[in-house]
Design a protein around this ligand. Structure first.
Ligand code: BES
Ligand code: MN
Ligand code: ZN
Length: 490
């Protein structure tokens, strides 16, 4: 795993001796004294590309200049367009810059940051996200073909003291995101429920959080018939993982993640096309673990419990099947009409178990429905809840974290979709309003506390290479979780 060592420096841009200096430039930026001095040192190369409109400050635009004999060896201009949300714009520019540095073999990145509070944190998160890559199951290329990965970053600022604090918080959040992305990217044969439990215990150990792990046996004793129904088709031991960060007062915030290490669909098996992507069906779980890692590093003065429900959905002679009725932990009977609607079956038992923590609020994240991808694409997560104030609070946290969410309704009328002839509820309401039907199912198990559900099926990973993000896991919604808890602390 590649991560950056950060330092903070103030001083003259023109004299920083680095392989790559990055200037993030919003539309309308007036070149300040530092940049003007650098421009002079470059013989006016910078102002020329701007005056000629070769570089236009457009969002995602880049321009690469070669430096002089002294100072930065190369300079990268990154356009940010018209900036309405500085945090997101800086993070995106930093991701682009870091990916550029990786491609071109610059070992050290200097980032010029002349902004308001929070800018350095955003840049640090973006740079870290940009250098992230998954290499664990790939043989490295021979040395002479390999570009060294960037391992150092210098943030050039005016206010060194504030910047140092922001580097620290930015790194904490970025490490949480990197962990979530690594777990998500790991193949299903390596990232098993057992493995996630080990990661949970290890996070607990490092940050002084109590870790509890329930296996099949313990879940049987607890009466988690719904979760265990899904786990019936696999010999792997399912795991319910609980991590308790107790650094505040009052009722805890509980974060819940869907952790399907692979979702074949079970007896209602999925088509073969792209089925391998269903190793990403544990992105909710990865985000909970990533958020707990970040919260631990930040040592947030809050009570937070992270819960992960993890198993693998497989067809087999012992697998549960359509028509079966399962008795959930809450006591409600569930008719199975589609074994591929398994996420809600795992989550409902974990959400019911969460009552023991007497939560102030419960937030769950799940790659729950393909229907949510159809509705919102890969830009916004679906946001659902039983408490409007909490929904707004989560939307706000998502916005601050540049992980946008979009609310969908949970009106009573939708409840009908899940009506069963033989049980209290059925696990699929068919194709219409699929993302809402899934949320309505969860809503039946969350009546005793304020709750918000994030459907991250479209946002947790990307199937294509994007400008700022490579194909693969995005880390969503680690940022939202962390911002939510931070918002409750301050
Ligand atoms: N894990 C899938 C949802 C999913 C689909 C995530 C595509 C990411 C991309 C979930 O378990 C599932 O299979 N949902 C079904 C529900 C249906 C059977 C009611 C779906 O969305 O098709
Ligand atoms: Mn499924
Ligand atoms: Zn699934």
């Amino acid at each position: 795993m590649s991560s950056l060592r950060f330092s903070v420096r103030s001083g003259q841009l023109r004299s920083v001796d680095v392989p790559l200096l990055v200037l993030p430039l919003a539309k309308g930026t007036k070149l300040d004294d530092g940049i003007t001095a650098l421009d002079d040192a470059l013989g006016g190369a910078l102002s020329r590309v701007i005056d000629r409109r070769d570089f236009r400050f457009a969002r995602d635009e880049t321009m690469h200049l070669v430096g002089g004999t002294k100072g930065p060896q190369r300079i990268l201009l990154v356009g940010m367009g018209t900036v309405t949300e500085p945090a997101g714009a800086l993070r995106r520019a930093a991701m682009i810059a870091a990916r550029f540095a990786r491609r071109t073999g610059a070992r050290e990145i200097a980032w010029y940051q002349d902004g308001s509070a929070g800018s350095v944190e955003s840049a640090v998160i973006g740079l870290s996200m940009g250098v992230w890559e998954y290499t664990e199951t790939k043989t490295p290329p021979p040395d002479d073909e390999r570009r060294p990965a960037p391992d150092e970053a210098v943030v050039l600022v005016r206010d060194e003291k504030r910047a140092k604090g922001e580097v620290e918080t930015g790194v904490a959040i970025a490490e949480g995101m990197a962990l979530a992305r690594r777990l998500a990217m790991m193949p299903g044969n390596l990232c098993t429920p057992d493995y996630l439990a080990d990661v949970g215990r290890e996070i607990g150990k490092r940050h002084g959080m109590k870790a509890t792990v329930l296996g099949r046996k313990e879940m049987e004793d607890e009466g988690m018939g719904s979760f265990l129904g899904v786990a019936q088709g696999t010999p792997q031991d399912p795991k319910l993982i609980a991590l308790e960060h107790r650094r505040g007062s009052g009722r805890p915030v509980v974060l819940v993640g869907k952790g399907l290490c692979f979702d074949s669909g079970g007896i209602s098996i999925k088509p073969a096309q792209s089925m391998e992507l269903m190793k990403f069906d544990m992105c909710g779980a990865a985000a909970v673990l990533g958020a707990m890692e970040a919260i631990g590093r930040l040592d947030l003065k809050a009570n937070v419990v992270g819960l992960v429900g993890s198993t693998t959905n497989m067809p087999s002679g012992t697998a549960f099947k359509p028509g079966d009725v399962l008795k959930s932990h809450l006591g409600k009977y569930i008719e199975i009409v589609n074994t591929d609607a398994e996420g809600r079956l795992v989550l409902c038992d974990v959400l019911s178990w969460a009552r023991r923590y007497e939560p102030a609020a419960v937030l769950d994240a799940a790659t729950l429905t393909g229907a949510c991808v159809i509705a919102l694409g890969h830009t916004a997560s679906g946001v659902f809840g039983n408490d409007e104030a909490l929904v707004q609070e989560v939307l706000g946290a998502g916005k601050r974290a540049s992980e946008p969410g979009w609310q969908l309704p949970t009106w009573e009328d939708y409840k009908e979709l899940n009506k069963s002839d033989v049980a209290d509820i059925k696990n699929s309401g068919g194709r219409a309003a699929g993302a809402i039907a899934a949320a309505m199912f969860l809503k039946e198990f969350t009546e005793s506390y304020p709750w918000v559900h994030l459907d991250i099926a479209g946002t947790a990973y990307s199937e294509t290479d994007l400008v700022a993000l490579p194909k693969g896991p995005t880390g969503v919604p680690v940022g939202t979780f962390v911002e939510f808890v931070r918002g409750r602390v301050s």
